[in-house]
Design a binder for this molecule. Structure first.
Ligand code: TYC
Length: 99
């Protein structure tokens, strides 16, 4: 008996969009502005001008959006922020919120 293969039409294939997460930096009184700008440039790939804008938003409002990512990428970026903050002895924190 011939093996019958079922090949789905492209339109039938279910595409499941991944959940997305906003990553925010939080303000504190001890981390230097220069360090936050460095983090935004290095980890979140912001231009220097954009990094200054975001840092000032965080400084004034308590938190600021750094980017939108899938869960694993958001988690990796947050871990990297915390690792670099710890090495440099700053209390800088990042958090994520599901969209
Ligand atoms: N508030 C800090 C200061 O005055 C600067 C700062 C900005 C800290 C953004 C954290 O996520 C932050 N030195």
């Amino acid at each position: 008996m011939a093996v019958k293969r079922e090949i789905k039409e492209k339109s039938e294939v279910q595409v499941k969009e991944p959940k997305l997460f906003k990553v925010f930096l939080l303000n504190d009184d001890y981390t230097t502005m220069d360090f936050v700008v460095e983090i935004l440039c290095d980890i979140f790939h912001k231009s220097y001008e954009e990094a200054i804008e975001i840092m000032l938003i965080v400084h004034k409002n308590g938190k600021g959006l750094c980017g939108i990512y899938t869960y694993e990428i958001a988690e990796t970026k947050i871990d990297e922020v915390h690792r670099r903050a710890k090495v440099n002895e700053f209390p800088l924190r990042a958090v994520m919120e599901e969209i």
